[in-house]
Design a protein around this ligand. Structure first.
Ligand code: F0G
Length: 482
C-alpha cells in the first residue's frame, strides 16, 4: 500500500485489503449524545458502546483481524501444559526478534507488573523516553520513580523533528551520574511514544541507548506495544534504514534490548501480551511471576485462540502493506484537520490523530481538564469517542496537589483497518465545526475521583451549562441532521 496517485493529481492511501465482515453502527441525535455524555460522568471511558458512532478511544484490542488470523484460531491446541500453540507463538517471536525465550502474559500491563516486581525497589529510578500510564503506576507502586529524558523537541507540538520519541543521551548520562547505575533497574524506551502523540524513536537512538546501557551495566527494556507504526517511520524517515527489511530492523531491536515486552492488544492485533529475551538469567528471574499472576507458562493468561491470532499477527506486522495503513490514514486525518485550521500534533505519528487541546481551547486552564473537556464536547458534536490524554490521565502528587500534564491532547485512535476515509472525513468535519464554536466549550470538575488511574472510572461534571449551549448551537447549524 502507498499513497496512490489519482488521475486528478491527488494522492490517497488506498487500502490493500477488503472488508468481509462488518458491524452495524448507530449515530444518536445530538440531544441524546449530550445525555449519554452526562450519564457517563463526562468521561469517554464510561460511555456505552451502543451510544458511540465511531469508537476512536483506542486501538487496544480493537484492530481488525485478517482472514489468516481468524483461520488460525481453529488450530489452537487447548492443553494446560505443553501446548503446541505456545511453540508456534514462540517461533513467531523468535522470527521477529531473534529472541530465544518467551513469557506470555494476559496483556501489556501484566508485563509491566512482572518487570516492576522483579526489578523495582523503594528508591529505584527508571529513566525512559516518556511514561505510559500503566507503566508508571506499576513502578511507583513498588516505590520507584520515573524520569523522563525525552529530547526537548518531543514536547514541542510544532517541532517537525521526525523522531520526537528519542531519548536525549546527554540527559541520560547526567541522570546516571546523579543517581548512580546501581539505583537504575532498567532504562525503558517506548516505541511509538504513546502520550506525546504516538511519536517514533529512530533505530539510531535505540542503538545509542543500548550501547550506553551495556557500557554501564544497566538493563535496557523496549516497550514494543506500538512498534508497528514505529517500524514504518524508521523505514520511511530514517535515511540509513530505507533499504532495510522490516525483519532486519526488528531482529536488530531484539539484539539491542535485554528485554522486549508488548501489549498484544496492539502489536499483533490480538488480545494478550508477552515478554521476550535472549538472556537465560533474565528469563529465570522473571519466570516465576508468570504462574503466580498470569497462568501456566505455556499460556500466561491468554486464550490459546488469541495466541494463534497473535502468532499470525506478528508475521503480518512485518508486511509493509499492513503496517503503513494506520500511519497513512492518521496522516490523511491530520492533514484534513490542519486544512480546516484545527491544531494537531506534528508531524503526525502513530496510533491516532492527536489534537492539541491547549491550542484548541486557549480560554481554559489545566485545572479545568482541557483535553477532557474537548473529548466530552467532541462526543456531543459527533458521536465519536476519543480519549483524553492530559491532566485527567495524571495521578495527583503524594500531597494531593494536581500534577499538570506536559501536553493536553485529545487522542482520536485509528484501530488498524477498521475505519474508512469517509468516516475519517466525517470526524474531521465535526471537529472543524467544534473548532468554529470552541468559545462555547467550558471546563470540567471531578465529582468522583479514584486515587489510582482516575481517568478510567472518575466521574466529572461540566462547569456551568456549556453542554446545553453546545447542543443548541449544533441544532441551529445542522437542522435535522444527526
Ligand atoms: N505500553 C504502551 C505503550 C501502551 O500503549 C499500553 C496500552 C500498554 C503498555 C499497556 O498494555 O493495555 O495491554 O495492558 N495502551 C492502551 C491505549 C491502553 O489505549 O493506549 P495493555
Amino acid at each position: 500500500m502507498a499513497n496512490v496517485k489519482f488521475f486528478s493529481g491527488k494522492s490517497l492511501p488506498v487500502e490493500m485489503h477488503k472488508t468481509r465482515m462488518v458491524q452495524k453502527l448507530n449515530l444518536l441525535p445530538v440531544e441524546q449524545r449530550k445525555e449519554a455524555m452526562l450519564n457517563a460522568g463526562c468521561n469517554t471511558f464510561l460511555l456505552q458502546n451502543r451510544d458511540v458512532f465511531l469508537d476512536m478511544l483506542t486501538d487496544s484490542g480493537t484492530n481488525a483481524m485478517s482472514d489468516q488470523q481468524m483461520a488460525a484460531m481453529m488450530l489452537a491446541d487447548d492443553s494446560y501444559a505443553g501446548s503446541q500453540t505456545f511453540v508456534r507463538l514462540q517461533e513467531a517471536c523468535t522470527h521477529m526478534f531473534g529472541t530465544k525465550f518467551l513469557l506470555p502474559t494476559h496483556q501489556g500491563r501484566a508485563c509491566e507488573n512482572i518487570l516492576a516486581q522483579a526489578y523495582v525497589r523503594e528508591g529505584s529510578v527508571v529513566p525512559m523516553n516518556f511514561h505510559f500510564t500503566t507503566t508508571k503506576a506499576h513502578i511507583t507502586r513498588m516505590g520507584g520513580t520515573v524520569e523522563e529524558i525525552l529530547i526537548d523537541e518531543g514536547l514541542n507540538i510544532n517541532s517537525t523533528h521526525p523522531f520526537k520519541g528519542n531519548i536525549d543521551l546527554a540527559k541520560l548520562e547526567d541522570l546516571v551520574a546523579r543517581v548512580g547505575a546501581d539505583n537504575i533497574p532498567f532504562v525503558r524506551i517506548e516505541a511509538g511514544t504513546n502520550l506525546i502523540g504516538g511519536q517514533p524513536v529512530s533505530l539510531q537512538n535505540f542503538r545509542e541507548v543500548s550501547a550506553f546501557c551495556r557500557n554501564k551495566g544497566i538493563r535496557f527494556v523496549i516497550d514494543a506495544s506500538l512498534l508497528c507504526d514505529n517500524l514504518y517511520f524508521i523505514k520511511t524517515r530514517e535515511e540509513a534504514c530505507k533499504d532495510m527489511e522490516l525483519v532486519d530492523i526488528t531482529r536488530e531491536l531484539g539484539s539491542l534490548a535485554d528485554i522486549i515486552y508488548f501489549s498484544a492488544r496492539k502489536l499483533g492485533c490480538a488480545r494478550g501480551g508477552a515478554i521476550v529475551t535472549n538472556s537465560r538469567a533474565i528469563y529465570e528471574e522473571l519466570r516465576d511471576f508468570v504462574p503466580l499472576f498470569e497462568g501456566f507458562l505455556t499460556y500466561g493468561g491468554m486464550s490459546v485462540r488469541e495466541m494463534e491470532i497473535l502468532a499470525v499477527g506478528l508475521y503480518e506486522s512485518l508486511d509493509l502493506d499492513f503496517i503503513m495503513q494506520a500511519p497513512l490514514f492518521i496522516q490523511a486525518f491530520s492533514e484534513e484537520l490542519q486544512a480546516k485550521g484545527v491544531p494537531v500534533v506534528n508531524p503526525s505519528g502513530g496510533l491516532g490523530c492527536h489534537v492539541d487541546a491547549s491550542a484548541f481551547l486557549p480560554h481554559l486552564d489545566q485545572t479545568q481538564y482541557i483535553a477532557g473537556a474537548l473529548a466530552a464536547a467532541f462526543y456531543v458534536a459527533s458521536g465519536v469517542r476519543g480519549m483524553e490524554r492530559g491532566t485527567m490521565s495524571e495521578q495527583r502528587e503524594p500531597d494531593g496537589s494536581e500534577r499538570f500534564a506536559q501536553m493536553e491532547l485529545l487522542r482520536l485512535a485509528l484501530p488498524k483497518r477498521v475505519f474508512s476515509l469517509s468516516q475519517i472525513q466525517y470526524a474531521a468535519d465535526r471537529l472543524a465545526w467544534l473548532y468554529e464554536n470552541r468559545s462555547l466549550i467550558g471546563g470540567l470538575r471531578y465529582v468522583e475521583e479514584p486515587k489510582i488511574m482516575r481517568f478510567f472510572f472518575g466521574r466529572l461534571e461540566p462547569v456551568g451549562d456549556w453542554m446545553e449551549k453546545l447542543t443548541a448551537a449544533f441544532r441551529r447549524d445542522f437542522g435535522d441532521s444527526l
